[in-house]
Design a protein around this ligand. Structure first.
Ligand code: AHM
Ligand code: MG
Length: 338
């Protein structure tokens, strides 16, 4: 992947340049993306100070998934909503933290897109200062314009996404996004308050030697998945195959980001406890799958391409196998072995 060395490009400039290249773009979408980056900067500021101020710990309430909501989750959820509710681009939003879709306040204009987001993914890692991230997905509405967005605007398959991406709050903060024409990564420079293009046209390695999965669930998986993991961590001289390394952070954004740059496979399979997997289709699996596919990778649920799943529910879960095309193919081979 070429690292950018000869010019300084902010995300704003990049979005404008991309828009100029796309015939018929109105600028509406570009300004939507620009509004989103403001929310990410505010969340980043708060995440970076989490150890300094009394922002750690849980609010004590549970979200609709029955998980304890951390203070920063709630903060990030509100920041994104408030940054995006008045731009005139969106007709509704939905997030992991809210059971129902979020309407645009009546005083603001309704636009032609819907935004889905996971405000802070991997939030169980906040208290231990491990990377977390924000994930977003943008779809064009299918209901008529000028009325509030409806559930059917959200329940579209992932291949319909107009743009998707994530921000990872780690040793440095990075925003990675695709608008369907390649994947671009921007590193945040806090001294100037800008996301600067640092990873131009990211391509995932065709094959990697890292697998990433919560192997504590091994005994809850079906035999085929166990067989794959047994194979992945074996030296097989006759196949000229060395044991893969295991890396698992427990923050999907961080695990998929590493997979995108180093190659390999990230898995969150179904198991006997979570028979549909753990990750949410619309605002976790779909956006990450879109990014990885746009970088030349693959994303499956064990039976089909994730981006072709027809969603039935806003908070629907899906098994996820995402990463380098050859590694995803290997997993599929084991899952289809019967
Ligand atoms: P969250 O949205 O509640 O943070 O949960 C999603 C996270 C993912 O980031 C990560 O891949 C997964 O949960 C880890 O789950 P587990 O602890 O079961 O390995
Ligand atoms: Mg999440």
């Amino acid at each position: 992947m070429p690292l950018v060395s000869n010019k300084v490009v902010t995300i704003e400039r990049h979005i404008i340049e991309q828009q100029e290249r796309s015939n018929g773009a109105t600028g509406d979408f570009s300004s939507l993306l620009r509004d989103l980056t403001l929310a990410f900067k505010i969340i980043n500021r708060e995440v970076m100070q989490a150890g300094l101020v009394d922002a750690l710990g849980a609010t004590g309430t549970e979200n609709i998934q029955g998980e304890l909501v951390q203070k920063l989750d709630a903060f990030a959820d509100t920041v994104i909503f408030r940054a995006m509710d008045h731009g005139g681009h969106l007709c509704a939003m939905a997030s992991e933290e809210n059971e129902n879709i979020l309407p645009i306040p009546k005083q603001y204009r309704c636009g032609k897109y819907v935004l889905l987001f996971d405000p802070l993914d991997g939030s169980s890692n906040i208290d231990v200062n491990v990377s977390i991230g924000t994930i977003f997905s943008i779809l064009r509405r299918i209901t008529p314009e000028d009325i509030p967005g409806e559930m059917e605007d959200f329940l579209q398959p992932g291949y319909k996404q107009i743009a998707a991406g994530y921000t990872i709050y780690g040793p440095s903060t990075m925003l990675v996004y695709t608008a369907g024409r390649g994947v671009y990564g921007f590193t945040y420079d806090p001294s100037v308050g800008e996301f600067i293009l640092s990873h131009d046209d990211i391509r995932i390695p065709e094959r990697g030697s890292i697998y990433s999965v919560n192997e504590g669930n091994y005994h809850k998986w079906d035999r085929q998945m166990q067989n794959y993991i047994d194979w992945a961590k074996s030296d097989i001289p006759e196949e000229d195959k060395k044991a893969y390394s295991l890396r698992y952070i427990g923050s999907m954004v961080a695990d998929v980001h590493r997979t995108l740059l180093y190659g390999g496979v990230f898995l969150y399979p179904a198991d006997i406890k979570s028979y549909k997997g753990k990750l949410r289709l619309l605002y976790e699996a779909n956006p990450m799958s879109f990014v990885v596919e746009q970088a030349g990778g693959a994303a499956h649920d064990g039976k089909q391409r994730v981006l072709e799943i027809i969603p039935e529910k806003l908070h629907q879960r899906t098994p996820l196998i995402v990463g380098s095309p050859k590694n995803v193919e290997e997993v599929e081979r084991f899952l289809n072995a019967g």
